[in-house]
Design a protein around this ligand. Sequence first.
Ligand code: CP
Ligand code: NVA
Length: 329
Amino acid sequence: MLKNRSFISLLDFSQAEIDYLLDLSHFLKAQRQQGIKRNSLAGKNIALLFEKTSTRTRSSFEIGVIEEGGYPSFIDVSSSQFGKKESVEDSAKVLAGFFHGIEFRGFSHQTVEDLAKYSGVPIYNGLTDDEHPTQILADLMTIQEAFPDKPLNKIKVVYVGDARNNMSNAWIYGCAIMGMHFVAYGPQELFPDKAVLAKAEAIAKTSGATIQLSSDISSLQDADVLYTDVWISMGEESQIEHRAKLLQPYKITTQLINATNNPNVVFMHCLPAFHDFETKFVQDALDKFGADVREVDDEVFRSKHSIVFQQAHNRLHTIKAILVATLGE
Ligand code: CP
Ligand code: NVA
């Protein structure tokens, strides 16, 4: 169904195609749990290009490729010629002679599009400044596990905080395609880009999705999922003081959990999360700027509502599903 396709933006996929990838993810997870060995990527080499740092995405691609019998090759962009001594076009043409597929994580979204244009092999978006589509697949899978009796189109997701970053954009597209109910709850200054909303609204007309922007805590009522992400994404470090002030009222605390009026609400986060002062970034922001950059407090992060580690582990199964669907035998 998805043979030789790239995975660059959720906008390139229909609801049926996302459903197919989710079903495949559940199947692959079950096979792994049963200890069944797989080999669908035998003979396939996958390049993993990272311009920004990563723990989950890198691990998922590396382990995913290996568990399917393929060969992953990690390329730290800063120690390669990519983008410095060689254009994206030339690098894409070179890499296509070695690899059957290429994952890229970096700054400009244009880079993943150019890699696809010039390489001719499937390109996987491991996060850009604009979108993080593979994360959404893991998030949807985790929601299906958390709410087995509720179809995705009955789920209300409230995305709290920086509602114009790559995670929020990807969520808006994901909800629009899957017919879900999405609320961006944050300050007006960080509401999603109008162009992102326009694309999502066009899809929502047929899928039945609703997309709402709000700075009012009453919008959390009946949420099934409270989702947040860091306030300062990779590359935005100059914003620390401003964002910490602006987003303080949107830190996820028990008060926000209670505002959903739903005892079964789950807390989700793509991770890495700032929830205590053990993290160097959080401590440095406090020491240098007096800024508290925690987007969630420790109480909620460690509470029974939190399903963040299950969510993180589902990155493996969903990334595997993308690889198997596009390049597997
Ligand atoms: N959620 C996520 O993409 O994590 P990493 O930055 O560790 O890959
Ligand atoms: N918005 C975050 C997501 C990290 C997975 C970032 O871009 O840094």
